[in-house]
Ligand binder design. Structure first.
Ligand SMILES: [Zn+2]
Length: 407
């Protein structure tokens, strides 16, 4: 049994790999199999694509949070959320907001719910729920089709999952701790698949922006960390194979758009009320709107199409466009209308970040642009040198599956 380590190097853009900055990964890419560009689907459910081989249209998982009042852990908490909303309005301080939301997140965790409030308006929280992370990925209910985890289990082997990531995972660890944990787990002879997550390229990419000189320093550190991890892992499992996957790229933010304020402004002009006639969700690259009344649908939808602020910085995801991009079409989970920002345009504020956060890089833009592309390097026993120009992110599933089967 040949073990496979699948290391998800979050937001490792394809052009980050070079001989000076990342000598270890560069060498593995030269001597192993290198899929130079990994092309993700639009949205934020990359782990589902990798683990199941399905597009968002096939899996039904598109953005991280969807409209699902039946499954929302906040349903039935309306009175409490109203009180907290009142408290939140007492001060405009970002710290006050942060503290209040942390308390709410911790009390939800104590009840076993991983879906934190982020910066979602408190009175709307009961409308939403996690999508791909609603179930733990080890749970048989997580996916409707076989996943890498279920295939490994079917063969009677185990998957090391504690070094991986999920929204709402309770025991958050540092990158170093996740790598150490995987090395410790390497000695277990029945574990065949090791899922490991490394956040640094994503974290630094968001903070600094991909063009910042500090990225090289951060990437060099990551490269060295992976080199040591590889060495330590091989000391315990000399036959292991590795797949390093950058699941998507990162674009420099060059403009911010307050899409929430714009939709509220349009609605006010039309005499429509948020929370009553319609509601919306702000991802970093999307404005998603749900119409609750026929009036909202007939008036607000065309006005959003016509908004100069939005039309000059993005486009509405029509059914035709959604179909061509393999994302869900007319699925109420994700919105009755979705406006999608152009590359480098950041929806700000959004429902994920504190308004005082500093964001210079973002992903989730048009995947046809090179900025959006990740990379994939497979190396180890039996993997010969081969350069492949592109691989769709969902193709990672098939590559991993073959490496798991092929002894
Ligand atoms: Zn990110």
């Amino acid at each position: 049994m040949t073990p496979l380590v699948l290391l998800l190097l979050d937001a490792c853009r394809w052009d980050y790999i070079d001989p000076e900055t990342t000598p270890f990964l560069w060498k593995q890419a030269e001597t192993g199999r290198h899929y130079r560009r990994v092309i993700p689907s639009p949205g934020f459910c990359e782990r589902t694509e990798m683990l199941t081989g399905m597009s968002p249209a096939e899996s039904g998982f598109f953005t991280a949070i969807g409209h699902n009042p039946e499954q929302s852990p906040y349903s039935g908490l309306k009175p409490l959320l109203s009180v907290l909303h009142g408290l939140e309005k007492l001060s405009t301080s970002a710290l006050w907001r942060k503290v209040l939301r942390r308390i709410l997140r911790q009390s939800m965790r104590r009840k076993g719910h991983g879906f934190g409030p982020y910066y979602i308006p408190l009175r709307l929280l009961d409308k939403f729920c996690l999508t791909e992370d609603y179930y733990d990925h080890r749970d048989p209910r997580a996916f409707a089709v076989p996943s890498l985890l279920s295939l490994v289990a079917e063969d009677g082997f185990r998957t090391h999952y504690d070094s991986f990531t999920a929204l709402g995972m309770f025991n958050t660890k540092s990158d170093e701790e996740r790598l150490d944990l995987a090395v410790k787990a390497a000695v277990c002879p029945t574990t065949k698949l090791f899922l490991v997550y490394h956040s640094a390229p994503d974290a630094f990419g968001h903070e600094l922006g991909p063009d910042h000189a500090g990225m090289k320093t951060a990437l060099a550190r990551v490269d060295d960390q992976i080199r040591r991890f590889h060495e330590d892992f091989l000391a315990r499992r000399p036959d292991a194979r590795f797949m390093i996957v950058g699941d998507h790229g990162m674009s420099q933010v060059h403009e911010r758009v307050d899409a929430g304020a714009e939709v509220v402004r349009i609605a006010n002009e039309l005499g429509l009320r948020v929370g009553k006639d319609f509601f919306f969700f702000l991802d970093s690259t999307m404005l998603r709107v749900w119409f609750e009344t026929p009036d909202a649908r007939s008036k607000l939808a065309p006005a959003i199409f016509e908004s100069h602020v939005l039309a000059s910085r993005g486009r509405v995801l029509t059914s035709q466009l959604a179909e061509s991009l393999h994302v869900p079409v007319a699925d109420r989970t994700y919105g009755d209308l979705i406006w999608w920002a152009d590359r480098g345009v950041l929806v700000w504020p959004d429902f994920f970040h504190s308004p005082d956060a500093h964001i210079s890089g973002m992903h989730g833009y048009d995947p046809s642009h090179a900025d959006s592309h990740g990379t994939c390097i497979a190396f180890g026993p039996g993997i010969s040198a081969r350069q492949v120009e592109t691989l769709e992110l969902r193709g990672v599933f098939e590559v991993a599956r073959e490496l798991l089967i092929d002894e």
